[in-house]
Design a protein around this ligand. Structure first.
Ligand code: SF4
Length: 218
């Protein structure tokens, strides 16, 4: 797949993913327009199913919606609210530390730059990019396991890690598609271009896909 095809592919993805639930963090961003809640739900979502992230985020935001209020909750209270997200004990500690850092180093504001976000506890490139794109509507490309796998299967990039994929996409993908790519490819990867045996027989973008490294398909 080349940039000659990418416009048609994105248009087709927009049409197809409407039938599936949107990613949990995207829902929080859409409903709240609040970078802090986007940041918190991103932390909760790591290694966690979307449905679990959605309910855990709702329970936690019923207790606190600001860095000040969340920072005053005990680790036990946060753990009980967010269970059963993956690594809930570690994430509860990270969220408390994250709130403290926001208050002391960033005047209680969520920073809108990748490097500043990366300096916060529990924040990696995926979370930083999601906060910048969904929390602030600023340019960024959030590359998670789905974006990395699918863009490599397409043959649009040829990379070995999500970080390399992000850099390759920043060089190649037209900027108007940066923010929405994650929202399109997460559901596509969950329901159609699955990690093992993707449903290539039902995939309407298969004419443009190289199916690189796909050994078993349905
Ligand atoms: S053709 Fe197969 S590998 Fe390519 S995007 Fe579609 S489902 Fe994924």
């Amino acid at each position: 797949m080349t940039n000659r095809h990418i416009h048609g592919v994105i248009t087709e993805l927009r049409r197809v993913v409407r039938r599936w639930p949107p990613p949990a963090v995207g829902v929080v961003a859409h409903e709240t327009r609040d970078p802090f809640r986007v940041l918190v739900s991103c932390v909760l979502s790591l290694r966690t199913k979307d449905a679990t992230t959605t309910t855990a985020s709702a329970r936690l935001f019923a207790l606190a919606t600001t860095q000040d209020a969340l920072g005053r909750l005990s680790s036990d209270t946060i753990e009980q609210a967010i269970y059963p997200v993956a690594f809930y004990r570690t994430k509860a500690r990270s969220l408390r530390a994250l709130c403290a850092e926001l208050l002391t180093r960033f005047h209680g504001m969520v920073p809108n730059e990748i490097d500043a976000l990366l300096s916060l506890p529990g924040v990696g490139r995926k979370t930083a990019n999601l906060v910048v794109t969904l929390g602030f509507g600023a340019p960024g490309i959030c590359v998670d396991t789905h974006v990395h796998r699918i863009t490599n299967r397409w043959g649009y990039v040829a990379t070995r890690s999500p970080d390399e994929t992000e850099q390759a996409l920043r060089r190649k993908l037209p900027r108007p598609y940066w923010i929405e790519l994650n929202d399109l490819l997460v559901p596509y990867g969950q329901f159609l271009c699955t990690p093992t045996a993707p449903f290539c027989g039902r995939c309407s973008i298969s004419p443009w896909c190289r199916q690189a490294a796909v050994t078993r398909r349905r």
